[in-house]
Structure formats: C-alpha cells, structure tokens
Design a protein around this ligand. Structure first.
Ligand code: ARG
Length: 599
C-alpha cells in the first residue's frame, strides 16, 4: 500500500514541480486509498482545481490502481485484489503493524504523579492512562522513552499528615492497622493503612477550619521534616512506603509501569539550593513581597510572576519543577518532555517553560504540557464520596460489577467470568476516557461507558472476541495465528505475532464489506502517528471503533467458514479475520487495554 502511495507522490511531483504534494486519507474506501486535494497547487498555477484534477487523472497511471478525479480531488484507488494483498502482507508479517524502526529521539513522558498519602482519585486516571498511551505509542514509533512519575512526596501537606498522625493515631493506632471510629462505608479490602492516613488528613483539614491555630502545628512539623528531624523523617519514609505499596497495586491492575518511582518531588530536595543559585546567577531572581523570591515573566507575555521561594524561606512545588527539568536535561538529554497533567495547572507550566527558556535556550520547544479536563460523574450516582473525592477504585469496581452483570445475563456459561469482567470493565473506563477529547471535561454515564453496542471499549473488545471465536471454529491452527507470542506487560509496546503465509488467492475479499474493513485497517498506522502528534489517544480509539464496525459489516455480509464451498474464499476470509484480530489487539494494547479471546 505504501509503495503505491509513494508512486503516486512521485508522479505528482513530476507533474507539478515545486508544489506541495501531501496526500490525505479519504473519508471512505469507496473514494480511494489516498487523495490529493488540488486546491492549493491549482491556485498557485492559476488553474481551476476541478480541471487540474481531471488533467492529472488523464496523465497519471499506476499499476494495480485507478487514478480518478472526484471534483477537486485526485484519488488513488487500489484494485480490490491489490488492496487486499497489500493489507494482508502488512498485517500478517512479523513487523508490528504501523510501528517504526528505532530513531534517535528521546522522549520523557511524565504521568500519573499522585500525591503521597492521598488515595488515587478518578482525576488520576486520565493522567495515568493518557500518559501510558503516549509512552507506548512513542516507543512503538521508535523513540527511546523514559516513563517518569513526579510523585508528590514532599511539601507542606506532610506537615499536616505528621501533625494529624501525632494527634490522633500515635497513641492508639500507631501502625494504622485498625479503623478509626470515624470510618466510612468502604469495602473491607480497601481499608488499608493508606486509607487511614487519608482519613487523618481529611479530619485535620476539617478541624483546622474551626481552629486556625492548627495550621501552625502543621507548618512546624513540615519545618522539622525539612530540617531533617529524625522522627519526622522516619514517619515520612513510612508514609511514603504505605502509599507506594498501594499505588503499585493500582498500577499493576491498570497494567501501567514507570522506569523509576524514585524521582518524585523529594528527590530534588538537595538540588534546590544549586537551582536557586543558578537562577540568581542568571539574574532571574527578584525580591517579591515580604522577602519572597519571584521571577518576572512579563517579557514572555505572562503577567503572573513565578514564585520560587516563600517568605519563610521554604521551597515550593515550582522550584522543584525547575530542579527536575535541569536534572532531566542532564540525565536524559531529552528531545521532548511531555507533562501529562490536568488543565488546572496550565499557568504553572507556562511559567515553568518560560523560566527554563530564559535559563537555557536549549529548552525551547522541548517541553510540552498536555492538559486534560476533569472526569465528572452524574451527581448522586456514586456511592462513595469522601473528603469530596471520587476514588478511582470505586469507579473501576463499579465498571467491573456492571459488566459482570451483563455477562451473567448474556453468557452465563463463560469460563473465567470474573477475569473477563475485569478486562472489560477496565477497558470500558480507559477507552471512554481516551475517546473523549482530552481537553474537555467529560461526564461519565454508565450506559455510554460499557454498552456492548455503543462507541465503547467493550464493543471493540467484543469484535476481537468474535473473531477469535470464528477462528476457533476454523481450527486450533487458525486461532493460534491471532495469539500474541510475547507477554503483554507494560514492558512491551508491540504485540508480537508470528509470520503467517498469505492466502493462495485474494478471492472472496473483493466484496465491498471486506474492502471497507481493509480500508479501515489501513487507517491504523496514521491513527497511531496522530496520537503521537496530538498527544492524545482519541484518534486511535476512533480508528479502532471504525475497524470494529467494519468487521461487523464484513461478518454479516460475507460468510467466512462456509462460503459457497470454496476453500480459497474461506482461506482468504479467515486470513482477513486473523489480520483484524491482530490489529485490534495491538491497537488496544497501545492504549493500555487488553482483549480477551472469549466474552
Ligand atoms: N502531584 C501533582 C498533583 O497531583 C501533579 C504533578 C505534576 N507534575 C509536575 N511536574 N508538576 O497535582
């Protein structure tokens, strides 16, 4: 397929010297496999675009394809057999479909970055899963990636935690292994030490509103921590451990991993002084109100100055981000550093990037913030809102429960029901999140998240499972062809499949429904590149839906297992099934979603 497009590009370059030759993907396969919009070059040449398209169509010949004018477009349309062969070749080979060979780009993806001693909320899902998809896609496209987690493991909130622990836990519940009397109705298995720590935190904040002097208590504990007080330090390490254990459990459940969890905010503590010195040496530091240190950014068009040191001399979030950027420059010499962080921090990152550019022009264009909106739930639908947050695990568990109920109704004899429900429930939540525009806030409506017949993850997973079921009926050897030969862990971006021989003929694939499916499969590589370009997974989610829908059309229109007693047609159609299963499995996996073979 690619070499025919290349031929078209070359022929156009000859016919239109000096003009921009960028091919587009037509909306549907009926129009063709690639399109050249003639507007721009026609304008440059003083011609009518419709006429130019016709002239080009009369001139350009490409073996195995038709070159036809459609209004102002010149379309390249592969003959059905050529399209089928090109796609099956690409999908049944052993090179992961749509991947790219290793290049020299180093990409840091910083994502998830939860705050220690707080529970994972639904808000963290987006950063975690968008970040995971960006890391996977960049790796698939040949970049060297570093997956970092800027854990919020330092800052004044630890003063609060220490103070709260001393007040209410140390005497009676020092190991945080018992419930406090103010428990919420939360499932037994989730009443972890982290949950209790979180309760302490919430309670402190609630009481602090009545007793503002508690604020000093928290502040003084943070000072002690910063000064290296052994007791404060010991408790801090323990709180951090408690949190990491819990986070790791969730990351395992989501199938997400990081290259290190050691580079959280605390990691930069001893780099802050040199950072402030460097800022001072560069003449960037100014005296703000009450002796605070600020950086003026008005010349970069940002009115709010960046606060890097508070009046009491304590460092803050912002300073640690500057230190982190400098450290990453040195340690990773990155080409791009993508911060996957909520839209509420847009200003913070604008300021940070402006500061880095002033400090060293090297940073120019390498730093990128991919903001995203919030996930909202319809009011009153969620049972557990504690301290005004929605816990991620409540949402995941609810998705899994709802899917399980559907399975019980539709396919009660399915083996491994619980396991399948887990994959579908997670797939539903993650897919919904990705499908929706990253920047907008989205509202969760359960029907829209899990419906088997809507634009959902389970719909795509269902298409895959249906193909696997057809292949099983065709025989174990067929089913095996759609099965990965590697482990699908976060340490891989590629799903490996064995090389499979092409069917003897493409007979049976000229049917329009098969052609539509082939056309949608051909859109996957472009969708993957779009994820890299746009830093959101939406394009990939959409393309997978298009493939799943096209498969459903193929499945209803074209008999696969018993086509008019023709072994050749059967073989070709089964090969297309294998190709489709592979594409879906790979595409979902890049998004962090697994596809069961049966559901
Ligand atoms: N821990 C922060 C939060 O939960 C997010 C950190 C984002 N990353 C960064 N480099 N500032 O809001």
């Amino acid at each position: 397929m690619e070499h025919l497009k290349e031929e078209m590009r070359k022929a156009l370059a000859v016919a239109l010297p000096g003009q921009d030759i960028t091919l587009e993907r037509p909306r549907s396969g009926d129009l063709g496999d690639a399109a050249y919009p003639c507007f721009r070059s026609a304008k440059n040449l003083g011609l009518n675009p419709v006429q130019l398209a016709q002239e080009l169509a009369a001139k350009i010949r490409i073996e195995g394809a038709d070159v036809v004018a459609a209004g102002p477009y010149l379309n390249l349309k592969l003959r059905p057999g050529v399209r089928a062969k090109a796609m099956l070749e690409a999908l049944l080979g052993s090179t992961p479909y749509g991947s790219a060979p290793a290049n020299s780009e180093t990409v840091i993806v910083e994502y998830s970055s939860p705050n220690i001693a707080k529970l994972f909320t639904i808000g963290h899902l987006r950063s975690t899963m968008i970040g995971h998809a960006l890391a996977q896609v960049n790796r698939y496209l040949g970049c060297r990636i570093w997956r970092l987690n800027h854990l919020g493991d330092w800052g004044t909130q630890f003063g609060t935690l220490l103070a709260a622990y001393k007040r209410w836990a140390e005497a009676e519940n020092p190991r945080l292994d018992q419930d406090f009397e103010w428990v919420d109705e939360i499932p037994e298995r989730r009443r972890t030490p982290l949950f209790r720590l979180f309760q302490l935190y919430v309670r402190f904040h609630q009481e602090e509103e009545q007793n503002p002097e508690m604020r000093d208590e928290a502040r003084s504990w943070f000072k002690r921590l910063e000064a290296g007080d052994p007791e404060a330090r010991r408790l801090w390490i323990w709180f951090r451990d408690i949190s990491l254990t819990e986070f790791q459990r969730i990351y395992d459940r989501l199938g997400v991993a990081f290259d290190t969890l050691e580079q959280g905010e605390a990691f930069y503590e001893d780099r802050l002084k040199p950072t402030l010195e460097r800022l001072a040496d560069s003449g960037l530091l100014q005296e703000g109100e009450g002796g605070a240190k600020i950086i003026d950014l008005t010349d970069a068009g940002i009115q709010t100055p960046y606060l890097v040191q508070k009046t009491d001399g304590t460092s803050i979030y912002a300073t640690r981000d500057i230190a982190a950027a400098l450290f990453r420059q040195e340690e990773y010499a990155f080409n791009r550093c993508i911060y996957v962080v909520g839209a509420d921090q847009v200003l913070h990152f604008q300021q940070l990037f402006a500061v880095m550019n002033k400090l060293d022009p090297w940073f120019q264009g390498r730093m990128l913030h991919t903001p995203f909106g919030m996930i909202k739930l319809p009011e009153g639908k969620m049972s557990s809102r504690k301290g005004n947050v929605i816990f991620l695990e409540d949402v995941l568990d609810e998705a899994v429960q709802r899917v399980l109920a559907i399975i019980e109704e539709k396919n009660p004899d399915l083996p491994n029901k619980a396991q399948v429900a887990e994959l579908l429930g997670m797939g539903a939540v993650v897919f919904f999140d990705a499908l929706n525009d990253r920047v907008k806030s989205i509202t969760f409506t359960w029907d829209r998240v899990i419906a088997l017949d809507g634009d959902t993850g389970p719909y795509v997973q269902y298409a895959h499972a249906r193909i696997c079921s057809v292949l099983r009926k065709a025989g174990a050897a067929w089913a095996e062809q759609a099965r990965p030969t590697n482990l699908l862990t976060a340490e891989n971006a590629s799903v490996a499949f064995g090389e499979m021989p092409l069917p003897a003929s493409m007979e049976g694939l000229e049917d329009p429904a098969a052609q539509t499916l082939l056309f949608e499969l051909s859109g996957l590589p472009e969708a993957i590149r779009t994820v890299q370009r746009e830093n959101m997974a939406t394009a990939l989610a959409r393309q997978l839906l298009a493939i799943a829908k096209a498969f459903s059309g193929f499945y209803t229109q074209c008999p696969i297992l018993h086509p008019e007693n023709s072994p050749a047609i059967r073989e070709a159609r089964l090969a297309l099934c294998v190709a489709t299963a592979r594409a879906i499995r790979q595409g979902l996996f890049l998004m962090g979603i697994k596809a069961p073979e049966e559901m």
